[in-house]
Design a protein around this ligand. Sequence first.
Ligand code: FA5
Length: 358
Amino acid sequence: MDLHQLRERIAQIESEVAASLTKAGSGDAVRGLDNRVLGKEGSLSALITSIKEYPPDQRGQVGKLVNEAKARVKASFEARLAELRAADAQAEASAAGAFDATLPGVAAPMGAVHPVTAVQWEVERLFERLGFTLEAGPEMESEYNNFEALNIPASHPARDMQDTFWLTNGMVLRTHTSPVQHRSMKKFGPPLRVIAPGRCFRYETIDASHENTFHQIEGLLIDRDIGLPHLIALAKMLLTEVMQREVELRVRPGYFPFVEPGLEIDMNCRICGGKGCPTCKNSGWVEVLPAGMVHPNVLRAGSIDPDEWSGFAFGLGLTRLAMMKYGIRDIRVLNSGDLRATVSPVRLGGPIVWEKSA
Ligand code: FA5
């Protein structure tokens, strides 16, 4: 189990504990659960015993993750026991005709992983298996990295494609994760395989599928003799794996100054099944994976010789992919702090469809 899988396993155990705890109606039931999770052979304790299977430099982190989870789970057992004791006391009191207003209220449900984070982890794991390095760029970027290095000079009309938040210090809130392409070329040189997840910002009119703050995952692969078939095969594999079903793709020409040729790879809308709805702007298709072959000017800006090396890049729309995976109709719930957007869909299985709360 790698660290991502470990995190997922911990989240799964915690989510199962939360579900079982709400059903545990007696102190004995809680103590039984405690034993199954934290006992000598309990599911969390088992994770600690596997620590020796990790490389020495990861063991500290494994121990920390598991011990923190143990502390949280222990606290949740104690809270549930207190709740049950309080409920017993209240039942006794009301049987005796009294009402104790000092008893604690019902505990709020525990949260879980945000849907965007869950899909991000899945994508990271897939690319880790394919030998990609995980990189992160800054959210506050230089104009050069966000635009010029990507073949978008100041005078270029393509600047209008991405409405930018300019900062008073002359920097920008990055409009996409593509600046990490340039950073990675400079950092690693060819050949390279990198993915870079992160938040992006645009001065957008917000609607069901557009936010001013959203997530992308940049992908960049540079090697010898790389072509579009590699890109399209990878796209199909990526989307099929995340959606856990055969995904229909639509590949169209797309214009981005930093790739040539450029593609828009769309997937069929799972909210309406392709019939058309506000989420897919009534087209039946959702843009999730713009991509293309890296433009020679971008390779040159990254000190890579385009006569020797070629590669592809893509900018996965992670937020929209999470919406497709979990049947979320409206992007606004994801930044809203609405707890329904964290609790049930990710950990407790099944797709659910919410409307934006009023
Ligand atoms: C780009 O941002 C390019 N950097 C992608 C790219 C990378 C192309 C590498 C070629 C090579 P675009 O503006 O289409 O492209 O955004 C990429 C994806 O981000 C979109 O398909 C969409 O899924 C998502 N996205 C864009 N704007 C928003 C928004 N306002 N809200 C939510 N998701 C958005």
